[in-house]
Write a protein that binds this ligand. Structure first.
Ligand code: ZN
Length: 185
């Protein structure tokens, strides 16, 4: 951050009085610009044991497969964000979303959350940010071509958990990985 979004003057990085962390502080109007973690929400859409993946049409990780997911917007719930991203990226509607995996990636200040959900119908297609959208059996998952580690972890948990039919919420802390979600995808 270089300039204050309140007054347009330069900001500098310093620890405000009474604080313990470096913040961007405006040298002119003294506004403190707090920066907080970002939340990525998505779904694991399932149809008769197969899972829906999207091949990314945009960077980062263009051409790689992902579960439909993206940055949570202001004024929406986590579940709304996950369903919206599923509609935007896969033109897919899902039923009974259930919180399933939650990843803390503290080093890059991101939280990734996925809901298990049933595809409502087979009327899905590639959205603006996808090249193609496809259902995969476990044996067909393109493990080497998955876009993000949290997608791979979610799929691994799903295939393991479905053997028992019990799907506890999985909360894991992951080290920072490249590639990462960037921009506003
Ligand atoms: Zn300012």
């Amino acid at each position: 951050m270089k300039f204050c979004n309140q007054c347009g003057h330069a900001v500098s990085e310093r620890i405000p009085e009474g604080d313990s962390r470096l913040r961007f502080v405006c040298d002119h109007c003294a506004v403190i610009h707090y920066q907080n973690p970002r939340v990525i929400a998505g779904t694991l859409p399932i149809h008769k044991g197969r899972v829906l993946l999207c091949r990314r049409a945009i960077e980062p990780r263009k051409g790689f497969w992902t579960l439909p997911a993206g940055f949570m917007e202001n004024f929406e719930t986590l579940e709304q964000a996950a369903l919206r991203e599923t509609l935007e990226e896969a033109c897919a509607r899902v039923r009974q979303p259930t919180l399933y995996t939650l990843f803390d990636i503290a080093q890059i200040s991101q939280v990734h959350v996925f809901f298990r959900a049933e595809l409502a119908d087979l009327d899905f297609s590639a959205g603006e940010e996808s090249l193609e959208v496809q259902l995969f059996e476990e044996s067909e998952i393109p493990w080497a071509d998955l876009a993000f580690p949290t997608v791979a972890r979610t799929l691994k948990h799903y295939f393991a958990d479905r053997q028992s039919g019990i799907f506890p919420v999985r909360n894991e802390e992951l080290p920072a990985h490249r590639p990462l979600f960037e921009g506003n995808t």
